[in-house]
Design a protein around this ligand. Structure first.
Ligand code: CA2
Length: 150
């Protein structure tokens, strides 16, 4: 049996509020429920996930910098930092790990400023618009990429 692939799941600012506010945009599923779904999907696929949420850019950068020692890939919803953070992008690129960017909402169908992502150009793939399923689809894509190389 090969070693299980290890995926770091990162959730950016305000995603800890999921389920409590703005259900019309982000759905009613809470962040712990999303993490549970990812855990189940990873287990099914013979992989492992560890999830971390922070409202602080530097805390996310710290986790990203530590990732190469412990993980094979990164699944990230950078939240609003998607549209603002060169620091997150630089940290993600420096890991050399494949990165998949996910969003609950379809960022292209909302305000114009959400259409630009600093992360997308260094990501292996992007999934948006499918609510919590964006995370599971992103995980599936990331594991496929790690296993098959494409
Ligand atoms: O659609 C996504 O997943 C976003 O990354 C969510 C971010 C937003 O800034 C991005 O443009 C798209 C916002 C996360 C805030 O989440 C909340 C959840 C419940 C209540 C309020 C905010």
């Amino acid at each position: 049996m090969p070693d299980p692939l290890r995926i770091l799941v990162l959730h950016g600012p305000n995603l800890n509020l999921l389920g409590a506010r703005e259900p019309a945009i982000y759905g009613t599923t809470t962040l712990p429920e999303i993490d549970e779904k990812l855990l189940a999907a990873a287990k099914q696929a013979g992989a492992e996930v560890a999830a971390f949420q922070s409202n602080h850019e530097g805390a996310l950068v710290d986790r990203i910098q530590e990732a190469p020692a412990r993980f094979d890939g990164i699944l990230i919803n950078p939240g609003a930092f998607t549209h603002t953070s060169v620091a997150l992008r630089d940290a993600l690129a420096a890991t050399g790990l494949p990165v998949v960017e996910v969003h609950l909402s379809n960022v292209h169908a909302r305000e114009e400023f959400r259409r630009h992502s600093f992360v997308s150009p260094i990501a292996a793939g992007v999934v948006c618009g499918f609510g919590w399923r964006s995370y599971v689809l992103g995980l599936e894509g990331l594991l496929g990429r790690l296993r098959d190389g494409v």
